[in-house]
Write a protein that binds this ligand. Structure first.
Ligand code: HXC
Length: 257
């Protein structure tokens, strides 16, 4: 399929989804939401895809929800359409996702990056939840995911003042896994995606599920959940292959990838 607001490219077992509304700094309209969800869910159902990279432009990953589209909305219509709820489906994808962020990741843009599993930042990336300056609060999970990522003090400051943080601060705070030079961002993101896609897909899905669970439950329940998946991993041919390959001192040839 083709999309109005996105470009989707497949290379081997990885997919690259690029937000493509450069004139409005990739403002996240409902159309963008529905297209990102449709495109990624389609890729998610394809066992030939082992990792999905989501990126924007050099200037903006996304400068937030589309303010012009939101401005006239009333609460009843927003409630009836459950405005922004479809974004939650991105967190439900089973295929690992990598956000490759350059430039502005503000408001919904920061929230979109946080919906992905691995967050790679260019040295040009800036993050923030400036909704308060518009008379609203984050609406795509920012108050929850930012707080879990960087802790209460910094999340409160960012959500209450709208201050923007640079990539260095975001990395120090634990929001992003790594900073790379802007010129290398896509190559690095592709390399990470190819590495993930080279693993056993069901095992990568289990790893994603287990880490994701840490945000949903108690430590004891999370550890039990991990242990059950760990045991289940021994039912796969890929566990036998992975361990045999190590013992034989050769690279593994995983079946499910
Ligand atoms: C709609 C946007 C937009 C947005 C930028 N544009 N951000 N349109 N929604 N979120 C448009 C501008 O109107 C302008 O279009 C064009 O993109 C270029 O933007 P400029 O402002 O001219 O660029 P620049 O001077 O470089 O400033 C970049 C910027 C600024 C600092 C990122 O654009 C900005 O502050 N944007 C809004 C950031 C923000 O508040 N995001 C949070 C959104 S609320 P024209 O046609 O004028 O040239 C949000 C809420 C989620 O995400 C949940 C709430 C319920």
């Amino acid at each position: 399929p083709t999309y109005e607001t996105l470009l989707v490219e497949r290379t081997g077992r990885t997919a690259l989804v690029t937000l493509n509304r450069p004139r409005v700094l990739n403002a996240l309209s409902l159309k963008v939401m529905h297209e990102v969800v449709a495109a990624t869910e389609l890729l998610d159902r394809d066992p030939g895809v082992g990792c999905i990279v989501l990126t924007g432009s050099a200037k903006a990953f996304a400068a937030g929800a589309d303010i012009k589209e939101m401005a006239p909305q009333g609460p009843v219509d927003m409630y009836l359409t459950d405005w922004f709820a479809a974004w939650d489906r991105l967190a439900q994808l089973r295929t690992p996702t990598v956000a490759a962020v350059a430039g502005f990741a503000l408001g919904g843009g920061c929230e979109l990056a946080m919906l992905c599993d691995v967050l790679l930042a260019a040295d040009t990336a800036v993050f923030g939840q400036p909704e308060i300056k518009l008379g609203v609060i984050p609406g795509i999970g920012g108050s929850q995911r930012l707080t879990r990522a960087v802790g209460k003090a910094k999340a409160m400051e960012l959500c209450l003042t709208g201050r923007i943080m640079d990539a260095t601060e975001a990395e120090r705070a634990g929001l992003v896994s790594r900073i790379v030079p802007a010129a290398d961002l896509l190559d690095e993101a592709r390399a990470v995606a190819e590495t993930i896609a080279g693993m056993s897909l069901p095992i990568a899905m289990m790893a994603k599920e287990a880490v994701s669970r840490a945000f949903e439950t108690t430590l004891a329940e999370g550890v039990r959940f991990e242990r059950r998946l760990f045991h289940a991993a021994f039912a796969t041919a890929d566990q036998k292959e992975g361990m045999t390959a190590f013992i034989d001192k050769r690279p593994p040839k995983f079946q499910h990838r």
